[in-house]
Design a protein around this ligand. Structure first.
Ligand SMILES: [Cu+2]
Length: 180
């Protein structure tokens, strides 16, 4: 990742340097105010429409699979998570693998961020928990284990203590438990 950032920075610096050099070179020539104005207008118009088309395309690509707007699956299990300064109250302790889990998030006081993490602290999904609203995201676990819910939004002095836990068991083990 660092290498990518370094190369992107180097390329951007080179582009900027090229622009500066061309400006310095062209500044020695002379041109009429009218032709300079025309060129500036063309550049302005191209930049505007280019940014508009680029922005619209970027919006479409990144928002199309918008997870929060999808209706929940029919067989989903709902886990309610209520955030309060400074803990998460999770109404379900154990969920099975292979079944869609809908996390319904809300808050009793201020805005919190709820991030769902696996055992290696890889962020799997996230949404805000806000007072007066219920935000949802859906996730289907494929591996059993202990998963964590951590606050992603600084919400006061005890923010770092906001953590919830969820145990995911294999669906076959859960089915056996149900039969007993
Ligand atoms: Cu917080």
């Amino acid at each position: 990742m660092h290498a990518i950032v370094l190369w992107v920075s180097v390329i951007l610096v080179l582009i900027l340097s090229a622009i500066f050099l061309s400006v310095i070179r062209s500044s020695t020539g002379s041109a009429s105010a009218e032709s300079v104005g025309k060129t500036a207008n063309t550049i302005r118009l191209l930049s505007f429409w280019g940014a508009l088309v680029f922005g619209a395309a970027l919006l479409y690509i990144t928002l199309r699979p918008w997870p929060h707007a999808l209706p929940p699956s029919d067989d989903a299990i709902t886990v309610t998570v209520i955030g309060s300064q400074w803990s998460f109250e999770v109404d379900t302790e154990t969920v099975p693998t292979g079944k869609p889990i809908v996390f319904a998030l809300t808050s009793t006081d201020v805005n919190h961020g709820v991030g769902l993490y696996d055992e290696n602290y890889v962020l799997l999904n996230q949404a805000q928990s806000m007072p007066g609203y219920t935000n949802r995201f859906e996730y289907t676990f494929d591996k059993p284990g202990t998963y964590r819910l951590l606050c992603l939004e600084y919400c006061g002095l005890g923010h770092h203590e906001m953590a919830g836990e969820l145990t995911v068991t294999s669906s076959t083990a859960s089915a056996e438990l149900g039969r007993k």
